[in-house]
Design a protein around this ligand. Structure first.
Ligand SMILES: C[S@@+](CC[C@H](N)C(=O)[O-])C[C@H]1O[C@@H](n2cnc3c(N)ncnc32)[C@H](O)[C@@H]1O
Length: 1014
């Protein structure tokens, strides 16, 4: 390391993330990563994990904590963007094809071509560019870069021919930085080192140097809610020393995989991959020896389709429960029920290549529901008579006097692995999907068949095999013997099937395969791979069939051909049971098991620990955490599906972990327990952090009370908020589907040092000054960075609003004592329902003050102060619409900010990416009555008048209505002034979006101004 790196020289420097973060660009990058789906770096380790924090987002947070905020914010921003590969020159490398010299010469004006390029044959090219390559004499001329051109210069030239697009569009067309990590940063080090006084030539070197300058060592980062390991993995890849922990062993295992599999060297990987392939081959050989998945004539099973079967109480027939009889759209294959009246049951045959009409008819099975959420019916016809019975009736659902729901299903016992003869629900194999290799090698023929006597015999062999090994395997932990604890997500299998133990969820074929594999899992990687395929096993795999994909790349749709497959269990966050399900055979499952796993970097100095966050025993300079908030994902319940298989006799790597989900210790919900758990966790982190340490807390923006909650927690933990940012972290498709746009709020915190005291009165001034300074700083940076951002803003209004809140919280949480009260004690005081605590009051006051400072241009502050929340909301959003903003999350954010109860009544469209307010005409006469938040407001009266004028109502009449609609119009002159102000505001803001109404508003403004009073 260079002499120039002076330990602790940045000890007390504010961090960049405390001053700025290019949230808009970052949101675009996050989208890009999310859309990569299974191509995201750590997803192959466990696609079942929900709620991964994007790596690019984590990188921004970590670098943002290490980099100093200097006196030159614009340059800070530029350097940060270079390190994030968001600058133009990085896009040259991120582009799918690097620009070619010939293209550069065809496009750019260059005075001396020879300064940059050499040509072959020489001396034919003109001296300067642009070059017209269509000239016949240039046909065979080749050009390449001169070797002595520095990389930066070369990229600067290349960058000029990239298409000029919005940042979002650019990112969409480019690679993610991590896909081109090897070379992406080559051009930045001169500028970076000059700005930061460092001497680095890679990100890990820079991280080390910044760590030394700030903390006196390689920075140590900890994440005590590590989940799948996205934050600690990125930190380690950047060069930090890393500590990761989680209460849940599944989370620890995934994090371990991120460190030791993806974070491993190519040489080490090759050996491990071979080892895993051998395991798969060994198990496959054993199954093949039993001969239970081959038909003896070259076909091997790909999947088995099972359904429940039940006796119809009215007809006495045994009827298969099939929501649909379609097996395959691609193969036009269907299952057909053939009545066997003598035995009161159905045979099931399979036919492929049926007509379109037959296929359409097969979409209706024996199970139908009258509507969404309705309990389905079993429907079948015997001798032209249709029988309908509700499934709840078949199950014998009841509600007893103490309001306990139940049914007549037998609870399965630990020794069961298939239904007993007199159980209500029987299970039946009804079709098989086969595969046979084509002579050319890799590809296969596929077919569907019904079930033959030989197939049933193979079923019996499997069941017998499981029966023979059952007790021994449960004892050794090769198949589960764990009870299903009731819970929000785990109740469903118990209630709808009577399953009481986790192994009940698995068909015998899977118990056999997984048991054999589990037996081989003597090291961490095998166990991790086993968990990967567990997601594709069990009776919770819906059978899916699809036609050939039609959507184009980038539209978020499928592009491949038709496919027939059982879905994975965790396609959602529940444990849903199905009436029919697909059971993948061992061949595809073992292929998945042995599939090569990615590796991205050689990581060092990482540690994983399985413990609660409050049991932390290691210290760290930076804490970056994404705690459980609300009930978004019930990790502690759904992960038991895996824990049941992995918990006994874990391999040495995982032997110290508690193989239990420890539901009672998991932080969850939003109530008192949640707050207590969070405070214990964050207090401990604060204790384990040096005085100049820094924390980033991420949480999903869900409920309006989030600010109060988090501020309370931070305060009570001895932390002080220093900044807050909001980054949209949802994918495009999620945005398209629902209007509930979600993002992530980042709270940046420091240790609260000293025992500062203040009074509520003084706070008011201090908060106001701080918020105003914050808003000014970001608005200023927007202006300064115009060149850097073309026409886009670094910060949108919602970002500035968020920063305003943070500024208010920064002042508030700086104090330990307010009006003589100890704020730590106040913050953890249990809440009484409906009561506003002292802290809540202060936070509401701080947030209100922040909102006051966000007056849109064109409204006088004295008027703004008098407006209701709904009026402010309407005016603010109109301001944003006039500037082209259309995303619904802005409306949601501001509705919360202005405390609008129901902003939906003010909206003409609530589409995620195309939201808009109602126009005056669209309001018509609505929202005038007492129930409305605009009732008797001046804004509503003005909009009404605009509507009338737009509809050509006589001006005098319009003004007369206006004076009646505005309370105390003649008694309070400011009401009239406000009406003029609002009409003027509407006229200006509607000019580009609704010129008709803008003109009506102009007329109105003049009418009111010229109205003769008295
Ligand atoms: C939102 S997730 C973290 C996700 C992670 N950032 C990722 O990208 O995958 C929250 C994690 O907190 C863990 N957790 C819940 N209560 C805990 C506690 N008391 N101590 C430690 N971890 C806990 C859960 O097991 C879960 O893995």
């Amino acid at each position: 390391m260079s002499e120039a790196i002076i330990p602790f020289s940045l000890k007390d420097a504010p961090a960049l993330i405390e001053r700025l973060l290019p949230v808009q660009k970052l949101s675009a990058e996050v989208f890009k990563e999310r859309k990569a789906g299974a191509g995201q770096t750590l997803v192959p380790l466990g696609a079942y994990w929900k709620g991964r924090k994007p790596l690019i987002f984590n990188k921004a947070c970590i670098l943002g904590c290490l980099l100093p905020a200097t006196a030159n914010p614009k340059r800070d921003l530029e350097i940060f963007e270079k390190l994030m590969a968001m600058d133009d020159e990085s896009f040259v490398i991120r582009w799918k094809h690097r620009p070619k010299p010939a293209n550069i010469l065809a496009t750019l004006s260059i005075a001396s071509i020879a300064e940059y390029f050499v040509s072959d044959p020489p001396h034919i090219l003109p001296e300067s560019a642009p070059v017209d390559w269509s000239l016949p004499e240039l046909k065979d001329v080749k050009v390449k870069w001169r070797e002595n051109i520095p990389e930066l210069e070369r990229r600067q030239l290349e960058a000029q021919i990239l298409p000029i697009e919005s940042y979002r569009k650019r990112v969409e067309m480019a690679n993610r930085p991590e896909e081109v990590l090897d070379s992406i940063h080559e051009h930045i080090w001169g500028a970076v080192n000059l700005h930061l006084n460092t001497n680095a030539h890679s990100i890990p070197e820079l991280v080390e140097q910044l760590g030394v300058m700030r903390f006196g060592r390689i920075p140590r980062l900890a994440d005590t809610f590590c989940g799948s390991g996205q934050i600690p993995f990125e930190a380690a890849r950047l060069g930090c020393d890393v500590y990761a922990s989680d209460l849940n062993p599944m989370a620890c295992m995934l994090t371990w995989g991120a460190f030791h599999i993806v974070g491993s060297s190519p040489e080490a990987r090759a050996d491990k991959e071979n080892e895993q392939r051998s395991v798969a081959q060994k198990v496959q050989a054993e199954i093949d020896r039993l001969g239970v998945e081959i038909d003896g004539s070259g076909w091997r099973a790909k999947a088995y389709l099972y359904c429940l079967e039940v006796r119809c109480q009215q007809s006495g027939w045994m009827v298969p429960l099939l929501p649909s009889r379609v097996l395959s759209f691609g193969k036009q294959a269907v299952a057909e029920l053939v009545p066997v009246p003598s035995e009161k049951r159905y045979d099931i045959t399979v036919r492929s290549g049926v007509t379109d009409d037959e296929l359409a008819a097969a979409a209706k099975g024996t199970l139908r529901s009258d509507g969404r959420g309705q309990d389905p019916y079993l429907i079948h016809t015997v001798d032209v008579r249709e029988y309908r019975t509700k499934i709840s009736t078949l199950r014998g659902d009841f509600r007893n006097p103490n309001v306990v729901n139940g049914n007549k299903l037998r609870f399965w016992e630990k020794s069961d692995f298939k239904p007993r003869q007199d159980d209500i629900f029987q299970e039946r194999l009804y079709a098989i999907h086969w595969m046979r290799p084509k002579s050319t090698g890799k590809k296969f023929y596929y077919k569907f068949t019904g079930v033959t006597e030989a197939d049933l015999e193979r079923e019996r062999i499997v069941e017998q095999f499981v029966e023979e090994h059952f007790i021994e395997w449960q004892e050794k932990g090769w198949i589960p013997d764990m009870r299903i604890e009731p819970g929000g997500k785990t109740d469903e299998p118990i209630r709808t099937r009577g399953w009481t133990h986790w192994h009940h969820l698995f068909p015998a074929r899977h118990l056999m395969l997984l048991g054999l594999l589990r037996r081989e899992a003597t090291n961490g990687e095998t166990l991790l791979r086993l968990a990967r395929i567990l997601d594709y096993t069990s009776k919770l795999c819906r059978w899916t069939t699809s036609k050939a994909g039609s959507s184009s790349p980038g539209e978020g749709g499928r592009t491949g051909g038709a496919s027939d497959n059982p879905a994975n269990v965790f396609y959602n966050q529940a444990l849903n049971t199905f009436y029919n399900y697909g059971c993948r055979a061992s061949f595809p499952l073992l292929q998945l098991f042995a599939a090569e796993l990615p590796f991205a970097a050689s990581l060092r100095n990482t540690k994983v620990s399985c413990r609660t966050a409050s049991e932390l025993a290691d210290s760290a300079d930076i804490f970056a955490t994404d705690p459980p908030y609300g009930d978004a994902v019930k990790y502690e319940e759904i992960l038991e599906f895996f824990i049941a298989w992995l918990r006994k006799n874990p391999p040495p790597e995982f032997a110290d972990w508690v193989w239990d989900s420890r539901r009672s210790l998991a932080i969850k919900g939003e109530g008192e327990d949640f707050r207590r758990g969070m405070v214990a966790a964050y207090k401990r982190m604060t204790e384990c952090m040096p005085n100049n340490g820094i924390q980033v807390i991420m949480f999903t923006h869900q409920s309006g009370s989030i600010w109060a909650d988090m501020a309370n927690i931070v305060w009570a933990s001895g932390l002080q908020v220093t900044a807050a940012w909001y980054v949209v972290t949802e994918t495009d498709s999620a945005l398209r589907q629902g209007s509930n746009v979600k993002g992530t709020v980042l709270l940046v915190c420091r240790k609260r040092l000293g025992m500062h005291k203040t009074s509520r009165d003084d706070l008011a001034w201090e908060i106001q000054e701080e918020v105003e300074a914050q808003v000014d700083a970001l608005t200023g940076l927007n202006q300064e960075a115009k060149g850097l951002y073309r026409d886009e803003n670094v910060f949108e209004d919602a970002d500035i609003q968020m920063a305003g809140y943070a500024a208010a919280l920064r002042v508030l949480t700086h104090y330990a004592i307010i009006d003589g009260r100890d704020m730590t004690a106040e913050a953890i005081r249990p809440r009484v329902k409906g009561e506003t605590t002292f802290v809540d009051g202060l936070i509401a006051f701080a947030v209100d003050t922040a909102n006051q400072c966000l007056v849109p241009r064109g409204i006088e502050k004295r008027h703004w102060d008098r407006l209701s929340g709904a009026e402010r909301f309407y005016l603010k959003m109109l301001d944003m619409e006039a500037r082209g903003t259309k995303t619904l999350d802005n409306y949601q954010n501001f509705a919360k900010a202005f405390k609008v109860r129901d902003f939906q009544t003010l909206m003409a469209s609530r589409k995620a990416n195309n939201a808009r307010l109602k126009s005056a005409v669209e309001f018509g006469r609505a929202e005038m009555g007492e129930g409305s938040e605009l009732h008797q407001s001046v804004l509503r009266a003005v909009l009404y008048a605009v509507m009338e004028l737009a509809k050509n109502v006589d001006g005098n009449e319009v003004v007369s209505h206006l004076t009646m609609n505005i309370p105390n119009y003649y008694g309070d002159m400011t009401q009239r002034e406000l009406a003029v102000d609002l009409a003027d505001y509407l006229a200006k803001h509607l000019e580009t979006i609704r010129p008709d109404e803008a003109s009506a508003a102009r007329v109105l403004r003049e009418l009111i101004k010229n109205q003769r009073l008295g």
